[in-house]
Design a binder for this molecule. Structure first.
Ligand code: FAD
Length: 418
């Protein structure tokens, strides 16, 4: 029932989300979406409605600004708060704490659509959603009521803090300590590469309260302004420039024990459960980029003439375009299957989320890169959106577990009983 209530909000809002599509989206709309890559195929009427809301938001509120946000490294907080008004700040957070209560598949559909307007901003929104879900799922009533409503409206923004300078792929070796002193944990250590770091309000931090390994890790929420919480310089990045990335530093940072999510020692499990959904989300962001790039490439091939005819007459390029479309649809099918598996808590869910992240982020990067190639020299110019999609999705092969780590997880699942 909650989801239906939420949906009617989406439907209502869709009527006043602007009609005009600009920039690259003008061209997409004029030519229409080829039915074989139509992302609405197979969706319910309700899903098509909020997919449309997300596409419209991407076209009107994000796409016109994505180049400027990238160039000037602007974190578009107001735009994200507008997205939150549509229910996108807590898409799979429960309605009783302000979330939309939608499914993992619904979430994937929304992030795919939003990413066509700006991958980097959507990817940050996806991390924020992951943190919101972690607090909603593993927090007690007091914690959920304290944090989730403001996260759902994006009045407060969240960051996920797992990686450390010496603990990347081997995240369970993290060294940030949380020493129990009275009714507080005193945190010392540092986190690396934290998305939103410095500009966000709520830090979901994995830290060591016990011995070595995964079982010694707990998860605590640290609020901005807590004495002893500091930040490194803003990193200069290849892409994902509309969101800041900084080190997060703890120096005798005292956090109430009541800020711990779940039990002591449960932190690594909470972190990994968050990432299962995070991997579907980030793969969905790659789908959106690839979807946009296939259409940009198709438009360019139809318009650009060489050797006296449109590039679209060239069979080599036709075949390449066909391969791109096939990879896109195959990626989308796998991502949506993983979303189903996670929603239903199936035993194959963890491996499928890893497969989806591995396959979709690799294939979608290839698609976007091929689209850039089809643009020739123009593809290398910042006037053309295709280069930004390439730059923005490259990091999806690295974060939320590298694609090598995805292979480790899949292989572990395959060999488990042998
Ligand atoms: C822009 C950006 C944003 C990020 N945001 C966040 C965030 O918000 N929160 C957060 O916690 N982290 C974040 N990260 C960190 C990210 O998750 C890590 O960079 C990633 O997990 C890899 O860790 P590493 O960089 O230390 O690489 P390493 O672990 O040093 O790996 C280097 C290379 O070796 C490979 N490798 C390592 N071990 C193996 C193995 N056993 N078998 C095969 N290959 C292996 C890796 O796959 C990789 O290719 C972000 C990173 C970036 C770049």
């Amino acid at each position: 029932m909650a989801a239906v209530g939420t949906l009617s909000r989406f439907v209502r809002l869709s009527s006043f989300v602007g009609k005009s599509r600009r920039l690259i989206f003008n061209r997409i709309q004029r030519r229409g979406i080829a039915s074989c890559i139509d992302p609405s195929l197979g969706l319910t009427d309700e899903q098509k409605e909020f997919q449309k809301v997300a596409f419209d938001f991407a076209a009107n509120e994000m796409a016109p600004h994505m180049a400027e946000w990238d160039e000037k490294e602007i974190f578009p907080v107001e735009c994200m708060r507008k997205a939150a008004q549509l229910g996108f700040g807590g898409i799979y957070t429960q309605p009783e704490v302000g979330g939309s209560g939608l499914s993992r598949l619904d979430t994937s559909v929304i992030f795919e659509a939003l990413s066509t307007g700006c991958v980097s901003t959507t990817a940050y929104i996806s991390i924020h959603n992951m943190c919101n879900w972690m607090i909603d799922t593993f927090g007690n009533t007091e914690q959920r009521e304290r944090y989730c409503p403001d996260l759902c409206t994006m009045d407060k923004l969240a960051s996920y803090c797992l990686t450390e300078p010496g603990a990347g792929s081997d995240a369970a070796s993290l060294l940030t300590t949380a020493q129990l002193k009275g009714d507080h944990y005193v945190l010392n250590g540092s986190k690396a590469f934290i998305s939103g770091g410095g500009d966000t309000d709520v830090y979901v931090v994995m830290c060591r309260t016990g011995g070595k390994g995964a079982k010694g890790i707990s998860c605590v929420v640290v609020e901005k302004g807590t004495p002893g919480l500091g930040f490194g310089k803003k990193e200069k990045k290849v892409g994902w420039n509309s969101q800041p990335t900084r080190a997060v530093i703890f120096e005798d940072c005292a956090v109430p024990v009541t800020n711990r999510l779940g039990a002591e020692g449960q932190g690594f499990s909470i972190a990994m459960k968050g990432l299962n959904g995070g991997r579907i989300n980030i793969a969905s962001c790659s789908l959106g980029a690839a979807h946009a790039c296939v259409q940009l490439a198709r438009d360019h091939l139809c318009v650009r003439k060489q050797f006296g005819e449109p590039l679209s007459s060239n069979q080599f390029l036709q075949f390449k375009l066909a391969e791109m479309a096939t990879k896109l649809v195959a990626s989308r099918l796998l991502v949506r299957e993983a979303a189903h598996a996670l929603q239903e808590n199936r035993p194959d869910a963890v491996a499928l989320c890893s497969m989806a992240k591995l396959f979709a982020t690799d294939e979608c990067f290839t698609i976007c890169n091929q689209a850039l190639q089809m643009h020739g020299g123009y593809g290398y110019l910042k006037d053309y959106a295709v280069q930004q999609f390439v730059r923005d999705i490259r990091v999806h092969q690295i974060l939320e577990g590298t694609n090598e780590v995805m292979r480790l997880i899949i292989a572990r699942d395959l060999l488990m009983d042998s």
